[in-house]
Design a protein around this ligand. Sequence first.
Ligand code: PMV
Length: 322
Amino acid sequence: MTTATAQAFSNIAFIKYWGNRDNELRLPVNGSISMNLDGLFSRTTVSFQPSLPFDELIINGREVVGKGLERVSFILDLIREKAGIKMNAEVMSENNFPSGAGIASSAAAFAALALAGSKAAGLDLSERELSVLARRGSGSASRSIPAGFVEWQVGKDEKDCYAYSIAPADHWNLVDCVAIVSSSHKKTGSTEGHAIAGTSPLQNARVADAPRRLEICRNAILKKDFDAFANIIEHDSDMMHAVMMTSNPPLIYWQSATVEIFHQVREWRASGLPVSYTVDAGANVHVLCLGEYAREVEKRLREVPGVKDVLVAGVGGGARIV
Ligand code: PMV
């Protein structure tokens, strides 16, 4: 086959990945846990063509050159090397959510690219190999390959650094209500952010404590213990942003509406509504709740000043060929 189309969901990290022990290989300093976001996807078609003089990338109907194309060609090179082919490829990708705004568009995009690209090149990679390949494009993309609730292990080496499912999508009816406070492209992307994470004096403490947070979060998910889950994901998100804010140069992703939502969510939880927040490298707030409260949470978020829209996503499956 020389053409294949794959679809992968974005994911939201509950225990965050921030900082690499090897930037080129994207080997993280700590493990992470996430869930895939049903409905928020990238769909990517890769077609290897002997007549193409170079790789071409089209995202949401627009041709992309420069850094964006280089990152995609880098993954195509890894695929070409594995498959022993030399053809260039046309890559067409569509996202159905705002990109560059902390909804991990790169996670969905590189997971879909790894799957579509390897299939189009005639490879039949295992889930683990696909996770490793997707990781080279964007660390969090390793977690968009397996289904449902996913853990990405630090691993001993490059081949051992992959993500796997810890529970299927139907294990727990969690819903992510993403409060969009800004849909503009963030100024500092996560690749640059990872590279300066170690300049924060707080990063060592965050990393040293990661196994404890991973265990609490993993157990909370497995036991469906929302209280334990809520406390640990807020704590972990706050810790990552503390590192970001104290790195050199400092990164502040939050807007005033971001902080306003933190206060609201904690108030709602104190008054009996089971909700919790987490924020990636952007201003938007992912508000997690059980499925039965999603409508109420969405309604309340829409009333918070500064919230422009709310996306609602349940737990998604793994990357697949379409
Ligand atoms: O995969 P990257 O390089 O876009 O990094 C993702 C970083 C966070 O979204 C902030 C955390 C995470 O674990 O997804």
